[in-house]
Design a protein around this ligand. Sequence first.
Ligand SMILES: C[S@@+](CC[C@H](N)C(=O)[O-])C[C@H]1O[C@@H](n2cnc3c(N)ncnc32)[C@H](O)[C@@H]1O
Length: 248
Amino acid sequence: MPGPGHFDAHADAYDRGRPPYPPALWARLRDLRLLRPGVRVLELGAGTGQATGPMVEAGASVVAVEPGERLAARLRGRWPQVRVAVGNAEEVDLEPGAFDLAVAATAVHWFDLGTVLPRVHRALAPDGHLAVWRTGYGDPDAPVTPFRERVGAIVAARRAPAPRPGPGELDDAAWAERLAGGGLFRVVHRDRFRWAVDLDADRVRDLFTTFSDWTPEEADAAARAAADLGGTVRERYVTPLVVLRRVA
Ligand SMILES: C[S@@+](CC[C@H](N)C(=O)[O-])C[C@H]1O[C@@H](n2cnc3c(N)ncnc32)[C@H](O)[C@@H]1O
């Protein structure tokens, strides 16, 4: 299975194709008083800033950790006020006690949690929080659309689908257990956001190119499917959120 370098290799497609997170998620983080003006955020695996931007706009001061140099360059270009540390969450220098909130947006499955969680614990202030969310591209409870049938056929035609390590993106109960299992954090909130986005064929190609288990030919086939189906398709996604509080 391709590694996380896949995202950096497709930085432009990533920037164009990955959708932002739903407004309801940001509203929930504001309601929980986690996102507020002046809050000091440590974002791990920031990509080109799909989560960074709304946090900056909400008045947060953000330090972003991103190992991909091309992704980091785009992030810096767009949000010059964000301090970007290029490197892995397992290795970059993190100032102890310097953050109120650590965030991992669709990135937690790439981390060695045994290393990263103690580092995040040290980097957070005593009453700090960790917010982890991850988008599932597809909603198993939504009716199957013609586009989803075509996507299913592309996936079914693969010779040996590579199993993904760790719990699935919608298995937030298992993720909550993993994140709290070491005793450094306790779960204080769980949520699930269902949302929709309209994608034209070019956006489909860009987005599916960014999926680390999709080949360029498969992404082209998905784009052709969108073109065949009228040019724009409505996709339904689910983003589970787990919020944990640092345990003293
Ligand atoms: C699916 S992307 C998510 C990017 C962005 N947060 C978003 O919401 O679209 C996963 C990101 O995690 C980064 N990443 C992978 N392994 C990492 C690690 N060990 N430490 C920090 N970031 C990592 C990748 O380079 C990539 O930018």
